[in-house]
Design a protein around this ligand. Structure first.
Ligand code: FAD
Length: 484
């Protein structure tokens, strides 16, 4: 198989790239492949919205300042470029029919979230991700040069000299292996939250893009900075993220005795997550009390309200039990603001990339901003790019089998990651975990068969190894976790 542009992933970053390529008029064959349907992506479940300042320079400057005060080690050039260009990329979608919530006069409504000094978050109820995806899918379907391949796991990239030329893919339904050659390969595979047993993320979020890129020599940075969201409702059936926009509207945190934890509502995520984590460690439990929010406001949180009602909690009258959960991968494949990696013709966009925007701690709702804006800047860059056609060189197709069950091992790894590489870490626990991962990696490579569960488990181990190693190497507490 061959194509001009191969996009691995089908979340908002991938679909935004197809959108901008289509709108700006790059007439190329595009193949979008993914492991799961878009409705399973983290993008689809994004709630609070998208952070952007329209218009004047001082407000954009303030957004940049808030982002850098939160992230500390952000790349200043990338941060400035992405946040200045966000207006154009988002406005192009709004002009094309993407609707956000607005007041009676038609002025866009804006939310406030932790770490933001201004109301600048555009939203659609608490289903902003689904809303943006529904808009993008309609557009993507209009481009006849786009092909979509589902149930397909990309497990290896092909490189010649320092240039990426294609990918090996695994059909998760039939176990068939195939090779796709492409002129440009774009990784949009999302984050790694599913490495932890408490997480808001979908099960595919295991950092696979990072490992694909790392194995052909791309630079990977800041992987230790997994962001923990302080407020999620965790039940054996389902984890429901409780958007911090509720805190922006007046919800507050209480403990099991009904005592309020004062002044913490709009703390950045690292600070609040650590306060709750330490309290839970000492036997406390926490709840989000939404009882002082006006009734009319709950219409803007219908996803959370309805899903908790299905779990027997009426959030208008009953405080919600909350816990911190793994949520967002701030680091990843190092790129510039246009998604360029250190390997020719290999790009990374969305959560899999470390574009420099988030530093050691992502500011809330900046990820959708990045997932829409970097593809826009990449598209502009591709307008002036050379398009060397990569032809089919070899074509290996064969069937393969490995019947081992990895579910139990995966659960052990996820629990160990939470315990030893979570919100609070120590060098001793990290070294223990490093040794465990090394042994597991060794035992798994001895078994030569191939299967989807095996590919997933070995990717999880490799991503965990990078997070653990970079946590060991980071000696100053600057971001999402605390090293004691
Ligand atoms: C519950 C929740 C709420 C959130 N709310 C907000 C919010 O309000 N605002 C905000 O800015 N951010 C929010 N975030 C974060 C934000 O949604 C994500 O960072 C963003 O959507 C990531 O988009 P993406 O396109 O990079 O990746 P994803 O949406 O994660 O999509 C990645 C896709 O890649 C595919 N894939 C992965 N690996 C492979 C592989 N090896 N081969 C083939 N396919 C693969 C998967 O099937 C998946 O569909 C939220 C996240 C969650 C989980």
């Amino acid at each position: 198989m061959q194509t001009d542009i191969l996009i691995v992933g089908n979340g908002i970053a991938a679909l935004s790239l197809v959108y901008h390529l289509t709108e700006i008029g790059i007439d190329k064959d595009i193949l979008v492949l993914s492991e799961q349907p878009t409705s399973e992506s983290n993008s689809y479940h994004a709630q609070g919205g998208i952070a952007v300042e329209f218009g004047d320079k001082p407000s954009k400057y303030q957004h940049i300042k808030d982002t850098m005060s939160c992230g500390i080690i952000n790349n200043q050039v990338s941060t400035t470029t992405i946040l200045n260009e966000a207006e154009k990329s988002i406005q192009s979608m709004i002009k094309d029919g993407l609707v956000f919530d607005a007041d009676e006069k038609g002025n866009l409504s804006k939310r406030l979230e932790g770490g933001h000094s201004n109301r600048r978050i555009l939203y659609h109820s608490d289903t902003s991700g689904k809303h943006i995806i529904d808009f993008l899918i309609k557009k993507v379907n209009q481009n006849k040069k786009v092909k979509i391949l589902q149930d397909t796991y990309c497990y290896e990239l092909l490189k010649e000299n320092n240039t990426c030329i294609g990918a090996k893919i695994f059909d998760t339904k039939t176990n068939r292996i195939d090779v796709i050659f492409a002129s440009k390969i774009v990784l949009a595979t999302g984050g790694a939250g599913a490495l932890y047993n408490y997480t808001s993320n979908s099960s595919y979020s295991i950092g696979s893009g990072v490992i694909l890129a790392q194995e052909i020599g791309a630079e990977i940075t800041n992987m230790e900075f997994i962001q923990f969201h302080p407020t999620a409702y965790v039940s054996p059936k389902k984890t429901i993220l409780i958007s911090e926009a509720l805190r922006g509207e007046g919800a507050f945190i209480i403990n099991q005795k009904g005592k309020r934890i004062p002044g913490v509502e709009l703390f950045t995520r690292d600070k609040l997550a650590r306060i709750l984590y330490e309290g839970i460690r000492n036997g406390d439990n926490y709840f989000l009390d939404c009882t002082n929010i006006q009734d009319s406001e709950f219409d803007k949180f219908s996803y959370i309200t309805n899903n908790l009602a299905a779990n027997g909690i009426d959030i208008r009258i009953t405080p919600i039990p909350i816990k911190p959960v793994a949520h967002y991968m701030c680091g990843g494949i190092t790129t510039d603001a246009k998604g360029k990696t250190s390997i020719n013709n290999l790009y990374a966009i969305g959560e899999v990339a470390n574009s420099g925007l988030h530093g050691a701690n992502r500011l809330a709702s900046n990820s959708l901003t990045e997932a829409i804006t970097v593809p826009y800047l990449l598209t502009l860059d591709l307008l002036n790019n050379e398009w060397t056609k990569v032809y089919n060189k070899t074509r290996t197709i064969h069937y393969t089998k490995d019947d081992s069950n990895y579910d139990f091992k995966i659960e052990i790894l996820r629990r160990e990651m939470w315990k030893k590489c979570g919100i609070v870490r120590t060098s001793t626990a990290l070294v223990e975990l490093r040794n465990y991962i090394k042994t597991e990696l060794h035992s798994i490579t001895e078994n030569t068969g191939l299967s989807y569960p095996k590919l997933r488990y070995s990717t999880m181990l490799k991503t965990a190894a990078i997070i653990v190693e970079s946590s060991l190497n980071r000696n100053k507490n600057v971001g999402t976790f605390w090293k004691e």
